[in-house]
Design a protein around this ligand. Structure first.
Ligand code: GAP
Length: 435
């Protein structure tokens, strides 16, 4: 499939128009590559995070959660290698002054002006720096975390001891990360502030091949459950200098975005690199003691590192559909920002009262939207555009037969269903697919 720029433009425009994603600080002219999630975007993101959290913790009895701080001891970033290695090669075009990541250039020609005159590449550290306390000197320098993973590694023994875990076990975390990217872009794909959903799985070193194979399969299947088609997903193995400084083996789960195949999630065998380094830099013994075998060792770590915002862009790209006379977002029903729209045919004769009662019942479990105005056709179109999977219409007959019309978004099929049966019917269709 060829890159489709017009599809991206349509998605960005729909997101703005319907309150999914807004440019940040818009009344001040915006802030490059920063975005805010609007009412529907916040709901979509929350559901995706909840689905990830439940899929990773609730379903696996040996994986627990953590919520570590964004600001951490600066030595952590020395130990992790981020201070010396977390750099991108930066070049400037001497003619038009555009700035590029050297490793993203396709040739020796400037993509902006066509000149072939670049500055020497210089390594640019991607970590955002600030100061702790009122004095701005080198001793008070502190960093915004560029990945959530390190917060997990430095808490590995706390979790082990307080939760009485045994290897193999995992720690999951969702949180913000910050990178001073040289070339952010493609809407919410590459930004300087973003959210990660990371899980670190601690294993015996002999289990690394088996474990990375297992996590590749589990994570690939997670995107399929979200309704992403297999044809738009693929695994890319990192070779040679593609490998991050901490990884022995790494894979990207890639998605075919409208601008081409790009990384959605990284799955890495980080070996004992991080724990060895923290043991060295902190002076604390980070070995694990296996009570059964009496063996002492530093566990290996298999990491699954997903970008939440990239998952959202992938979901938006997959869902965006144009049909003859309508635009619809084919979100998987369980993550749709609005799951059920309730529409009394008219605003009188007791129909809004039935809608009120129904809303009260359904909103305990689902995201509900009441729409009382406009023709039913127009109300359906409005809901299609924000991906509402089910619309319920209450008409005059509902007063007599206690039934409503339930309309399904993709097929536009309408069935008549008893009000008393609605709750169970919807519950089945809107539950997270956990297994
Ligand atoms: N802890 C490992 C790690 O951070 P990574 O491959 O650098 O690995 C993991 O990042 C994921 O975080 C990526 O697959 C992507 O989804 C997301 N991510 C990384 N940089 C990003 C950025 N600038 N904007 C949005 N998401 C980003």
């Amino acid at each position: 499939m060829k890159p489709d720029g017009s599809k991206m433009e349509k998605i960005v425009s729909l997101c703005k128009r319907r309150g999914i994603v807004f440019p940040s600080s818009e009344i001040y002219g915006g802030l490059n590559s920063c975005y805010d999630y609007g009412p529907l975007g916040a709901e979509l993101k929350r559901k995706v995070k909840n689905f990830w959290w439940q899929s990773m913790t609730q379903v696996h009895s040996n994986i627990v959660g953590l919520d570590s701080s964004i600001l951490m001891h600066p030595k952590i970033w020395e130990a992790s290698g981020h201070i010396s290695n977390f750099t991108d090669p930066l070049v400037d075009c001497k003619k038009c002054k555009s700035r590029f990541r050297q490793d993203h250039l396709q040739s020796d020609t400037c993509p902006n002006c066509g000149a072939k005159d670049f500055t020497e590449a210089r390594n640019f550290n991607l970590m955002f720096k600030t100061f702790m306390g009122p004095v701005e000197n080198q001793g008070n320098e502190i960093f915004l975390r560029p990945e959530t993973a390190q917060g997990i590694y430095v808490n590995y023994q706390n979790v082990l001891q307080s939760y009485r875990q045994k290897v193999p076990f995992g720690i999951a975390q969702i949180g913000k990360a910050f990178r001073n990217e040289i070339t952010p872009g493609n809407f919410i794909f590459r930004t300087r502030e973003f959210e990660q959903m990371e899980m670190q799985y601690f294993i015996h070193p002999s289990q690394d091949d088996e474990s990375i194979t297992r996590w590749k399969e589990i994570r690939f299947a997670w995107y399929e459950k979200l309704g992403i088609s297999k044809e738009n997903l693929r695994l890319h193995k990192h070779e040679g200098n593609e490998l991050a400084h901490y990884a022995k083996e790494a894979y990207d789960i890639e998605y075919q975005f409208p601008f081409g195949w790009s990384e959605l999630e990284g799955i890495h065998n980080r070996t004992d690199f991080d724990l060895q380094r923290h043991q060295k830099y902190s002076g604390k013994n980070l070995q694990y003691f296996d009570e059964q075998s009496k063996e002492k060792y530093i566990p290996y770590i298999i990491e699954t590192s997903a970008g939440c915002d990239r998952s959202i862009l992938c979901i938006l790209s997959e869902a965006y559909t144009e049909e003859e006379d309508r635009v619809l977002m084919k979100f998987a029903p369980f993550i749709a920002p609005i799951q059920v729209a309730i529409m009394p045919l008219v605003k009188k004769d007791g129909l809004p009262d039935i809608a009120d009662d129904l809303s009260k019942t359904l909103r305990k479990r689902h995201s509900i939207f009441r729409d009382d105005s406009g023709s039913i056709g127009r109300r359906y179109r409005r809901q299609d555009e924000v991906g509402t999977p089910f619309c319920i219409t209450i008409d005059y007959e509902s007063k007599e037969d206690h039934c409503v019309t339930l309309r399904e978004r993709d097929s536009m099929e309408q069935i008549r269903i008893r009000i008393d049966d609605l709750e169970n019917h919807l519950q089945e269709k809107l539950e997270f697919p956990l297994d």
